[in-house]
Unconditional design. Sequence first.
Lengths: 256, 246
Amino acid sequence: MSSKLTKRLSVGSALCVVMWTLPASAADEPPSPRRGADVYRRYCITCHGERGDGAGEFAPYTTPKPRDFRQGTFKWRSTPSGSLPLVSDLERTIRDGVYWTVMPSFFPLNERVRRDVIAYIQTFSPRWTSDQPGMPLQIPPEPAHTPDSVAKGRAVYEKQNCAQCHGDRGAGDGPAAKTLTDDWGNPTVPFDLTKGYMKGGTTGADLYRVFMTGLNGTPMPSFVESIAPGEAWDLVHYIQSLSASQRAHSNQQVKP
Amino acid sequence: MKPLTLLAAVATTTALLAHISSSNGVASAAQGPTGTARIVVKVVLSGPAPPAVKVQTSADPYCAKVHQADPLFSQTVQVGTDGALIDSLVFVKDGVSGTYAAPKTPVTLDQKGCVYIPHVIGMMAGQPLEILNSDPTLHNIHPLPVVNAGFNIGMPVQGMKQTRVFQKPEPVFHVKCDVHSWMSAYVATFAHPFFGVSNKQGTVELTNLPAGTFQIQAWHEKYGVQVQSVSLSAGETKQITFTYKG
């Protein structure tokens, strides 16, 4: 047996190994802002603008306005008030969209493409190089959704004074509702909690996250300093009881 | 070779130790130059004061009740006797260098009677800001800094307190309460302790200054910015006046 054959065999097997590992390493490679720029120009630019300033061609016709990426300010986060979001938070927004707004779901783009476009979006704000996202909120498991929990949640709603903006029955018609503006000075309204489908996602945990971390850039503050985790789930159950579709979600028929 | 390596190791360790002790030293004695010179600043508004603007507080029944007998007026322009302009921020803009340690004692921002007290705050970067809610109603504290990280925290319970720190120096930024759109405060954070907010007499004293030439800036919410250059010898006191035209 010549050493030539051995050599050939080893080269062949090495090639096999390379080819076999190639797809895996391609999937593991870091997100590329360069590839993300192409995705952005195809899907995002019309609203969010060439410079990421939220002033794209369609922006004047939208309410609320498309996100201006230059400040690193994002509504839908698991991280503390004022903090940058996690990449997974941004990915959730791109994947699921934001109901009741112009932002559609980009579910058909695969995860790698979404991560690429996030890497590109991160180039619009220097905060992504100087700051770190804060520690994400820990959400305890959901306790049973009972009429008792809903009643306790109503007490939380009153104690936290949610009605000041969202109104006594959650219809977004509280006394302060008409005076609100976002951080860019655009008028904004408190969410009508009786509409059913929540903007930040459909699950109880999505709702929990919204009032505990707040929505950066909007009047909606974080209540993490004043609502205990147990109370937070009661409040989720109460808010879900305010609309028929949310009641259907939680599979409970509770009188609001 | 061996002894050399050992020597290098010893040298590195010594350098490291020296570095540690010096960085410890920095924490305790991180003082830039100070002295006994001072500047007494007077801020005045020439001409008649604009009429006081009454604030509509009916958006919150609690605030409306508090101000039923004692109406609330806008804090934007507050003028004392002889045109003294209150709540103007005065500070050394240029002329001091070196590092100054931030005090550990917090500055308090109270939300009381649906108003921020005080209306204008100067504080050192890294100094704690204690935010207090003295009202039995919901306030949300929503600062809008650009250099520092902002936040927006709901404070629904009377007596609730929280402490926050703005780590970096930053020119004046706005603090708002979204629930009560009339509530407004301004905060600036400095790398040095030479700043102050004008009192009812319109005066600010900048004390403990070293000798030197300083650019002194006055800022007012409505009337904007003015700058004056002041040279001080050691222990000297000088008086300057900023005059805004109403």
